[in-house]
Unconditional design. Structure first.
Length: 487
């Protein structure tokens, strides 16, 4: 390989990581702008959640489909299509004139993200050979993915305070146009080297509908309760669709998700751990933002700036995490990262009513950032270990789906726990209300202990399920399967 080709690969990495950073950023950037959006577009309190939920439903529900489309139709082609849709929807979001228009455009943006994200990760997988080079590339990817949520809160607060909420969406437009301008020249085109181009319509329909229904049910449960007939019905319908998907895939000659991929133990461990870590991490950002704004009375900008410590810690330690994973393997690094992340949650659980940034929040941010770096990087590496090039897209879609679905479940559960224990505090303390600092803080504290337990469970899963000898994977990729098929 010439030095020019080698440089081109790293430029290609910069392009796809920039696109992924936009996607992850957009999951969190909206949170601090919600009060402004509510006022300007006259949202009701009940419908405001749909600004986030509409994006999450389409993003989480369509990731597997997006990953398989990348394998079948061409990874660069699907990536570019995703960037076009995502960028266009970002512009339309900023120009939205009503509740309905913003929710519709956020749904479109989620569709673009579901095409873009797995295609980008599969391009990385097929561009860098498994081992040190891919681990280095995934270290950069993990830094972008792990820090995107914290950076989203920071950027959202700054843009909303300095300009208006529209700019949290407009900021994606020049970035998207830049990616579109260089992608055709820097990104290689490839597709799965298969003897067919059949598309599993039944499988795609069942899993997409099942996952979208699951995210909707989880979000609805936080407002209307878990024991209502509607919530139980939605969860049962979602479970039925997912079970139908498994049955369809076991019988399909050209499955959307080849079930044999789960024989790769490190991949399976990374996906299960990813679901658990995302459940804790998404909830962490959600609860900390509420704590800083409702208990400490930080402004949107102050809340965003507070996250700088977490963001920089994740970025700084992602390179270390990559090097240690390359040397010691996923089985040692991932559980350690999950344990440190759980310890960070315990520090969050000890945040007081009259918290001080440098004495209370800052140490927790640093410890949590180290844990997230040491978890996200080996998780990304493990989710692609031993995967054939022909299944790079679906493996990429799978690890992203695990994290998005885990996040939806985590936030729904965390919201329920926090509300329940806040209400118990109010009942036990005469004169307090559900919005009083003491009641809110007590609800957050109990919830963070629950999130710490979830992260610790992820560490156990990673330790037990990960392949003991990762280089002797259950199903090693065929040598010729690792070569790109020029399109």
């Amino acid at each position: 390989m010439t030095s020019l080709d080698n440089r081109r690969r790293w430029f290609a990495l910069a392009v796809i990581v920039a696109a992924q950073f936009m996607v992850v950023l957009d999951v969190a950037i909206v949170n601090v702008a919600l009060p402004s959006i509510k006022t300007d577009l006259h949202f009701s309190q009940d419908s405001l959640q749909w600004v986030i939920t509409a994006y999450a439903i389409f993003f989480g529900g369509l990731l597997l489909l997006g990953g398989r489309l990348a394998d079948l139709l061409g990874r660069r082609r699907v990536f570019i299509a995703g960037v076009v849709i995502f960028t266009t929807a970002s512009l339309l979001n900023g120009l939205a004139w009503s509740e309905g228009s913003l929710i519709a455009f956020r749904s479109l943006q989620g569709l673009g993200a579901a095409l873009l994200s797995p295609a980008a990760l599969s391009i990385l997988t097929t561009t860098f050979a498994e081992g040190r080079e891919r681990n280095l590339a995934l270290g950069v990817w993990g830094a972008a993915s792990g820090s995107g949520g914290a950076a989203g809160v920071l950027l959202g607060g700054a843009l909303t305070s300095a300009f208006s909420w529209s700019w949290i969406f407009f900021i994606n437009v020049p970035a998207g146009l830049l990616v579109l301008g260089v992608a055709p020249f820097l990104l290689p085109e490839s597709r799965a080297d298969l003897d067919h181009r059949h598309f599993d319509t039944a499988g795609a329909t069942s899993i997409t509908a099942g996952l979208m229904l699951l995210v909707y049910a989880m979000t609805r449960a936080t407002q209307h309760g878990w024991a209502t007939t509607e919530t139980i019905g939605l969860l049962l319908a979602s479970a039925a669709l997912v079970i139908s998907f498994v049955v369809i895939e076991s019988r399909s000659k050209a499955p959307l998700l080849p079930l044999g991929i789960f024989r790769l133990r490190t991949l399976t461990a990374s996906n299960v751990s990813g679901l658990l870590l995302a459940a804790a991490m998404f909830s962490q950002f959600f609860l900390l933002t509420l704590y800083m704004q409702q208990v400490l009375h930080y402004s949107a900008l102050q809340t965003g700036v507070a996250y700088i410590a977490l963001t920089l810690t994740i970025i700084a330690f992602s390179g270390v995490a990559q090097a240690l994973t390359t040397r010691f393997g996923v089985r040692r690094t991932l559980p350690a990262g999950m344990i440190v992340a759980a310890a960070g949650m315990v520090l969050y659980a000890r945040l007081p009513v009259h918290g001080h940034y440098f004495w209370d929040l800052f140490p927790a941010f640093v410890l949590s950032g180290i844990g997230l770096a040491f978890a996200f990087v080996p998780m990304s590496i493990g989710g692609l270990t031993g995967v054939r090039a022909s299944e790079a897209g679906i493996a990429s879609g799978l690890i992203n789906t695990s994290q998005q679905i885990g996040g939806a479940i985590g936030v729904a559960a965390a919201t329920t726990i926090a509300i329940t224990f806040t209400d118990r505090y109010v009942t036990a303390h005469a004169g307090s209300t559900a919005l009083s600092a003491g009641a809110l803080t007590y609800g957050f504290q109990v919830t963070f202990y629950a999130l710490a337990a979830i992260a610790a469970l992820g560490a156990v899963v990673a330790l037990v399920l990960t392949e003991p000898h990762e280089h002797d994977a259950d199903r090693a990729p065929a040598e010729d399967d690792l070569l790109l098929e020029a399109a």
